[in-house]
Design a protein around this ligand. Sequence first.
Ligand code: NAG
Length: 667
Amino acid sequence: MLPIYLFYFIVVAFANPFKHFGRSNDAKKQFLVSKLPGLYENIPEDDIPLMFAGQLELYPENKTHYFYWKFIDQNKIPEAENRTIFWLNGGPGCSSMDGALMEAGPFRINDNGEVTLNEGSWHKSGDIIFVDQPSGTGFSYSDVFDEELYQVSWHFLRFLEKYYEVFPEDLGNEIYIAGESYAGQYIPYIANGILNHNKNAEVPYNLKSLLIGNGWISPNEQSLSYLPYSVQAGMIKPSNPRWGQILKQHETCQKIVDKIDTANDDHVHEFEVVSTQCEAVLGLILEATQDDSLGRDQACYNMYDYTLKDSYPSCGMNWPPDLKTVTPFLNQENVQSDLNLIAPKHWRECTGSVARSFRASNSLPAIHLLPGILEEIEIVLFNGNRDVICNYIGTENMIKKLTWNGKKGFDEDIEPYTWLHNDSTRGYIKSARNLTFINVFDSSHMVPFDLPEVSRALMDLASNNFDEKDLEVVGGNTKKAFVTYPLGERQAKIKEAEAQDQDEVPLPSVTSDNSTSSSTSSSSSTAINSDAGEHEEKTSRVTRLIQLLVIAILIWGVVVLYSSYKSRPSSIIKSGPSGRKKNVQWADQLRQFQEDDDFPLNNSKNQSIFSKAFSKLTGGSDGRGNYAPTASEDIELGDRPSGHEVDDFIIESDDEEDHQPPAKPAK
Ligand SMILES: *[C@@H]1O[C@H](CO)[C@@H](O)[C@H](O)[C@H]1NC(C)=O
């Protein structure tokens, strides 16, 4: 009996390292993250994810490196197996470390600059990789910056190629690409690139679905929603002294949209992705609604959550409050070394020079790519309903005008579904022909920031892991609902029900499908195997062979365990009395990492790469005349250490002039 227990111990102890350190062992180990401030103190052992991070080289010729941070749950639920989620924040130029440390990732940063646990992390729903892109964003760096959306697509495909060289075991996994805000431009471009790549690729990428939160997909169309949204939210009334000026700007934007619509071609029109005229509507509304009477900090509506206030002219750029801890955390020297940066870099939430370079003036807005993508895969568009800048009214209006899979818009006669998560209403859903729209109640521009656990269930909505039910409502009517559950609960219930069914009705036809599941009843399994005797004899021979192997592995394992135990650094091991798998695994990883540490920080070669990239990135806007200029002078809202999503709002001085309201009803 003892050898059997030992066998299990050895297998459990070494199964994960073998899985994660296979052929690509060497490539991977330079990216292993084995410590972070607070990791072993604040995070329960079972919740410590397996992590890889670093600056992956894409193009040596211009030193382009993309930074990524990958999180793998060590106790995966079955649904999370074989699933890879890539997460992108927007900007352009805003780091996906927002996503990692304030939204969908497993950590938050506390006031002491340490990681703490986010119970609603998406990495429980699939391996998740946060990628800083395009180059120059966050910890990514390069000699050159992107200017157009198709470059984002090319370079992300290159990133994937490099990523799968390091993680070849992920190649067959289902891919979900998720993100927010300006990533509403990136993600469809990347998806389009992947689908094209797949047409003549030997190993196609298994792209499954896209999830875009508060996406900036059809900029001008969405800008037309600022006025109706602000009125509906009670931010502004027609009695406002600037009302006429705002209407005029709104109408100017409407004319641009009409012009593009009537052109009805697939050419890039002036200001199509970046229209100073359309974006100015929001700037005007924020300006017109500023109010110092509540104090300086309350002077402006937070454009990412209208229920909050901020100082003027920041209007939300100081939000979310976690930036106060996240920014210094990522700029700790030891954290940058823990994250395996070969070129340390000052981290800022959004890099203005990336945004300034990225004008996308020769790119069609991503909305044009949606119909083609929807022919092949599903897209989920979700909106936190308190966001102004990429608000849900804009998304819904954009969908109304969109024709995909043979029809225009959602069927207006059909009532939206209620989204019920863990027995409470979380929003409403419209879904048809591969496109799903979700309005998420009580949440901002960053849905996973406000509602981490609820936001994770968006993955269930995107992967068909929900029930459709009729709900009783007052008056005896019923309402249709999509119902999601806490992590893993639905699949667990399904399994349980299947197991019960099998016990009650042992039909061979049913059980044969599930013969590998442990719950197969004995009566049905004998019914299937008419040649059971021959089968068993073969099995026993194999068993004996395995037993021999086990003994060999056992001896070897004990030796390795002992030597790794002797060399394990005590700080890394929060060893419980159980001496469980993770302790062994982490010690093993760390040992390899230390032995092969050929990436010391501050070595002179890396320093020069870094300083070059750094000076370029912090050089400000001067000397950037080779980039597409803006149509008018930018007056940015606020001096920003960071800036923010869709952050270049242009306020143009305009004559105040009364104007009749255009025929644009507020919904
Ligand atoms: C929808 O997506 C699936 C893949 O999920 C695809 O097979 C199908 O052709 C798409 N189109 C329509 C109209 O449903």
